[in-house]
Design a protein around this ligand. Sequence first.
Ligand SMILES: Nc1ncnc2c1ncn2[C@@H]1O[C@H](COP(=O)(O)OP(=O)(O)OP(=O)(O)O)[C@@H](O)[C@H]1O
Ligand SMILES: [Mg+2]
Length: 254
Amino acid sequence: MSRNFLEINHMKKSFGDLEVIKDISLTVKEGEVVSIIGPSGSGKSTLLRCATMLEKMDGGELSFLGEKAAHEENGRCVYASRADLKRIHKHFGLVFQSFNLFPHYSVLKNIIDAPMTVDGISRKEAEARAEKLLAQLGLSDKKDAYPYQLSGGQQQRVSIARALALQPKILFFDEPTSALDPELTGEVLKVIRQLAQEHMTMIIVTHEMQFARELSDRIIFMEQGVICQEGTPEELFSSPNARVREFIGRVMNV
Ligand SMILES: Nc1ncnc2c1ncn2[C@@H]1O[C@H](COP(=O)(O)OP(=O)(O)OP(=O)(O)O)[C@@H](O)[C@H]1O
Ligand SMILES: [Mg+2]
């Protein structure tokens, strides 16, 4: 039996009167790749931001590798202590749509900075780790470049290298290719595909239907803050409910 790497139970999140996440439960096992699809505004990024603790949930439970990050007490969401959260944070990494590299740092410094400050490893070890990742991602010749000197696809690959340098157990991606031109999308998808082959546990919000279909163990269709349908790619694409059929038809015809 593989372990539960991520467990979300009854997550709720509102912004003022707007209930964005109504009641979402989701379990991801070790080595699983789960894609999240759904219309704009359905709450996909909010789900990811709450799962990665960039936003606080209003209700529900959140655990990583069996360690509780948040639970509900008397109808309120209570987070673990700072020390516990710091440890739990090391279980996962996050890659954004907009790369979010430090513009005034070289590629190498972007990658070694967090391992040195967060993990406390030596510069030598951090550089060795970074150089290995850059080689894997086909970026060895860019280690001294600055982000503005790179294409979007290269910047996104550096962001992935930066996340991997912290050796997370789980990687979250929020539309990793939607800021890229179609010809640069492929090189980023290739890296994610390679990570899937290495059994990295990943949760990927994406509009790339073919990619989600080919790569995912499970696809989740979100709408208006709830999971409207979920299943294997075969299940979702061969017997979509009416909403999923309409959505897939729309995004695959644009
Ligand atoms: N910080 C915030 N404050 C107020 N409202 C927010 C905030 N973040 C998100 N929302 C609202 O929550 C809803 C869901 O947003 P979210 O970004 O999660 O959608 P999404 O599914 O990721 O959409 P997209 O596909 O366009 O990225 C939207 O109506 C959005 O305006
Ligand atoms: Mg979003």
